[in-house]
Design a binder for this molecule. Sequence first.
Ligand code: HEC
Length: 364
Amino acid sequence: MRTRIIGVALIGVFGCSGETQVELSAFGEAFVEEGIEAEAFVDGWSVSFSELVVSVNDVRTSPGGPVSSGGFVLDLSLSSGGDGHPLTRTVVEGDVLQSVHYRLSPPSGEVEGNATAAQVDRLRAEGLAVWAQGTATRDGQSVGFAWGIPADLSFDCDVGTRLSPDRLARVELTMHGDHFFVDDLELAPNLAFDEIADADADGDGVVVPSELAAVPLTGLARYQTGGRSDIDDLWTYVGAAALTMPHVDGEGTCAPRFVPDDYTSFELTDADPVLGAGLYAEHCASCHGAEGRGDGPGAGGMSPSPSDLTNAPPGASDAGYIAFRTARGGAMFPYASSMPAYEEVFADADLVSVVAYVRELAGH
Ligand code: HEC
């Protein structure tokens, strides 16, 4: 009887059918709130975080849209009692919450969240999206770490939660804090700390980014970069590993929409629609399909499979992102796909026209 009364009350609260309240939260899991035990590491270290501060901006749901005008800065090392730290609630219309988009980037403007003013100020002053601080321990030896990550990276996370107007839906941005210590950026990694501990060049008991940056990756057999040749020192490696942290609802995947600096200001000027359509038919349709649905004749058995370009999540609709992916292809971390690179094939005018055409396929 009790459940029934609650059910009726909720319908009253949420009103109009087809609209569901969605609560968004952020959670670092037990690894971040309570620590990572020695059994999880191949070399017997254990780790506890004293701070894991993340700056989350531009949170949007699809369907739906932006969930707040400002960003959020959260210290995920604080206990949430296992429930995650609430960000905000939003109202979504429709039957399924398909995806959540957000950006890990330094705070700008107003922020909400449980971080202290000093934590927010440090991210702002140093242009950081993530601050991780803590201690690793083994056999009575302790080594601290204090790392700021100056990232600006968007993520599109597949959610797929069924919505029902009479029930509050929940979406959790889950940060896998153990990823700071993974030894492989592509396949089933182990957690390790030996090489990081050894990087403490000044012997003060705290490993900082400049000390990690001084360690070339070539000497360290343990670390695998998933084919990303730009990662050649231990700090670049740890930073890239940290940026694989974002997940959704526990283990749900989030696709990073990294756009390198040389493409962030890419502009769609003087696109030629006829040229774009022709180049698409010639170079792209075999995999992505004549209409862009990812079902071209060459797509069969490909893993990962060619993207459905007509249903691109927000980060994937960005012109700079499409230009970058078309120019550079997929043979690099984190994509590891057989998407070819077209930077040697297309002139600038070709690239602009193809990008405009791909955006058109998605209805832009
Ligand atoms: C040999 C097959 C193949 C061809 C040809 C191909 N692609 Fe792709 N493409 C892929 C695969 C596989 C993926 C998904 C994995 C990835 O992101 O790399 C992809 C991903 C993409 C993405 C990223 C989509 C997203 O959601 O992140 C874009 C944009 C893209 N392709 C555009 C193009 C354009 C434009 C062309 C032609 C100039 C093209 N592709 C030609 C296989 C191909």
